[in-house]
Design a protein around this ligand. Structure first.
Ligand code: FAD
Length: 320
């Protein structure tokens, strides 16, 4: 099976989401990548280490802004030239737009929110959580190219140590594709690792009792060198930013350590963090659902447990 994987890059590095999808594609067949925009040529070679045999690049000015339509033109051209069986994307705002545009342009089927791709015989099958993530269903395509959007964080990049041939290609743009311009782009200021990249996440829920109490999570996260996550309940209440929301309608994370403070463990939260290495839960209710799937549970008031834990971590690390 031949795959063409859309790879995004940012600040001179290929994004993890696309690389995870590339690694999976390479494990199932022959994988090529496509990198578009400034510095594409510079970063493209790195995809070889994740299984790409060829990476198609274009640094055309039309790709300078993160707008979807010129990228749809580029992918449609490559689909025409290379006839891939499948075009998978790691989900992002841009990738979702490009995947949908490509599906419409080439008349292909798009399956989205997939958490895995497998081969059953010669056929590609997508795994898609359904019914509030309580069941996993198999989805397929009736024709090629099979376009797939894989849920952010669902597939980990795996280095295989290979190298890729980097090939320039020409893109002809449709008149309407270059009409939109980017008026403004702003960036959220944050310090420390993002929750997608963090090895340790300390997440807070409604049990914190107030937005101010998030400082308890921040201090523990800082002592552990991690990032702070949140449940939808507290994000909806305006206690913490949406960018930190973990779960079905937030991010899927898989840190080595996930410390849940005052979080009940609702299924919609669980689906976003159940892939974590070790889950520690601090909750005053011994019957909280999170105790059914955590590795270590502490029954107690987080306002007492978390500061004590932070103090102990700091003491162990030698900083006070
Ligand atoms: C379609 C849909 C999508 C959703 N998507 C998401 C999502 O992406 N992410 C998400 O998180 N949720 C999501 N939800 C919401 C989800 O169902 C839960 O409502 C939410 O996760 C609960 O958040 P919580 O654990 O912070 O609050 P609660 O369920 O209210 O739990 C608070 C916990 O804190 C404990 N507690 C209280 N005081 C203390 C204390 N002093 N010390 C220790 N423990 C204490 C309580 O015992 C309780 O277990 C979604 C829901 C729907 C319907």
């Amino acid at each position: 099976m031949k795959f063409l994987v859309f790879l995004e890059h940012y600040h001179g590095e290929l994004e993890k989401g696309g690389l995870g999808v590339l690694s999976k594609a390479a494990s199932l067949g022959e994988a090529a990548g496509v990198v578009l925009g400034p510095e594409a040529r510079e970063v493209a070679g790195g995809a070889g280490a994740y299984g790409a045999s060829t990476v198609y690049v274009s640094e055309d000015e039309a790709f300078a802004s993160p707008l979807p339509q010129p990228r749809v033109d580029a992918l449609a051209a490559l689909v025409g030239q290379t006839s891939p069986d499948a075009v998978p994307f790691g989900a992002s705002v841009l990738a979702s737009d490009v995947a949908a545009g490509l599906a419409a342009r080439v008349g292909a089927g798009l399956n989205w929110d997939l958490t895995d791709l497998v081969l059953e015989g010669d056929e590609l099958v997508g795994k898609r959580p359904a019914l509030g993530d309580t069941v996993l269903v198999d989805v397929g395509w009736t024709g090629a190219p099979r376009i797939a959007l894989v849920r952010a964080g669902a597939l980990d990049p795996v280095e295989s140590g290979g190298s890729a041939t980097v090939e320039d290609f020409e893109v002809g743009f449709s008149d309407f594709s270059t009409l939109a311009t980017l008026v403004e782009q702003t960036q959220e200021e944050s310090s420390g690792p993002s929750i997608e990249d963090a090895d340790v996440i300390v997440a807070g829920g409604r049990g914190l009792g107030s937005p101010e109490a998030f400082s308890l999570c921040e201090q523990l996260a800082s002592a552990l060198g991690g990032a702070v996550g949140a449940t939808r309940a507290v994000v909806d209440a305006g206690w913490y930013p949406y960018s930190t929301q973990v779960g079905q309608t937030g991010k899927t994370v898989s840190p080595r350590l996930y410390v849940a403070c005052g979080i009940s463990g609702a299924i919609q939260h669980k689906v976003g963090m159940q892939g974590s290495g070790t889950i520690v839960a601090i909750n005053k209710d011994p019957n909280a659902p999170i105790f059914d799937f955590c590795d270590l549970g502490v029954v107690g008031d987080l306002h007492q447990v978390v500061p004590k834990l932070t103090e102990l971590v700091r003491a162990r690390r030698g900083d006070h």
